[in-house]
Design a protein. Structure first.
Length: 304
């Protein structure tokens, strides 16, 4: 819930101006929080008529559409949530690197994925671990991380596990009639509520200003767990029947290659650096708290 987050967060210093490149699910939540705290914020989307779009940035069109440098004057903080291009290049660095260097922001955050750790066989994935991406998309992601790290900009890489939040959670899966849930013994997934992405990023920016600047930070909740537990809890919250369990050995026969790839990696994402060393206090430490929040938002939307 944005209000709960606003109450617990400290605004950016006056005179700050944030640029969010990629105002999708996470980008819009981050922009909403920082705007609500009084900081001027510009959000890019690929189409100007998309919700929340202040400017257009689209690297995909035949002629890439770029924001005018004039519009970006005075930007002090930048967040990119734009995924790698098919060829592994980072769309932002390809087209906006020169502009960003001219703007000379105080802080830049790049939203990456914990997929770069590869398969940890159920063990904890920490920032100090050597990334061993197996999936081509995670290899592209690591290439983008490296490009940002060598860009000369003051970048922190923020690695995210499965993102959920209002409108995009296990509640939607159950509401849409999911009647089977896949079970693979010992298979764990990590996740993060979108409000905590926004809250953690603001916290990380403040810490960076105080001189604490780790180059890579995982943003994950306290409770990596089996997906079946999450779906079961979502069904209980909605008062719906708990989906039947289907063993992975059976389910995998009809899974798409993309779905299958998620089950080939097993890791618990450590948030020790974020929550212990940097002192961020999670709004939703576990999926129970996060899903209750999603349900509350769902009910508020239904009655408004
Ligand atoms: N979803 C997950 O569970 C998950 C987990 C770990 C990491 N991640 C990564 O974390 C980041 C944030 O995730 P999310 O789920 O919030 O992402 P999202 O909702 O898919 O938003 C991605 C944003 O990138 C923009 N974008 C995509 N391709 C672009 C291009 N070629 N040129 C310009 N803009 C482009 C999209 O533009 P439009 O607004 O026009 O669509 C959108 O604003 C992403 O990089 C994602 O890959 C996601």
């Amino acid at each position: 819930m944005l209000n709960a987050l606003i109450e617990k967060c400290k605004p950016l210093p006056s005179g700050s101006k944030l640029l969010v490149l990629g105002g999708g699910f996470s980008g819009q939540h981050i922009a909403s929080l920082i705007r609500a705290l009084g900081t001027k914020t510009l959000c890019s989307r690929r189409k100007i008529d998309s919700p929340g779009a202040d400017i257009v940035f689209n690297s995909n069109s035949n002629t890439p559409q770029l924001p005018a440098t004039e519009v970006l004057k005075g930007i002090t903080h930048v967040i990119s949530s734009i995924p790698p291009a098919e060829n592994g290049e980072d769309p932002v660095l390809k087209y906006l690197n020169k502009t960003l260097q001219e703007i000379n922001p105080k802080w830049v955050g790049y939203l990456s994925t914990t997929g770069v750790y590869g398969d940890c066989k159920g063990e904890w994935a920490k920032e100090s671990d050597l990334p061993q991406p197996q999936q081509p998309r995670s290899q592209r992601r690591l290439a983008c991380e490296k490009a940002w790290q060598t860009s000369g900009l003051p970048v922190q890489i923020l690695r995210l596990p499965g993102i959920y939040g209002p409108g995009r959670s296990a509640l939607e899966s159950i509401s849409k009639g999911k009647n089977k849930m896949v079970y693979k013994p010992g298979q764990i997934f990590s996740r993060i509520h979108v409000d905590d992405i926004a809250g953690a990023i603001l916290h990380i920016i403040h810490k960076a200003a105080e001189g604490e600047f780790p180059g890579i930070i995982n943003i994950a909740d306290n409770m990596p767990t089996e997906n079946t537990e999450v779906l079961r809890y979502a069904a209980e919250l909605l008062g719906r029947e708990i989906p039947a369990t289907e063993h992975f050995d059976v389910a995998s026969k009809t899974m798409s290659p993309m779905a299958l790839s998620f089950w080939q990696e097993n890791r618990r994402v450590s948030n020790h650096l974020l929550c212990k060393s940097l002192g961020y206090s999670l709004l939703h430490p576990d999926y129970q708290s996060g899903l209750k929040d999603c349900l509350l938002e769902k009910k508020l939307n239904e009655t408004s």
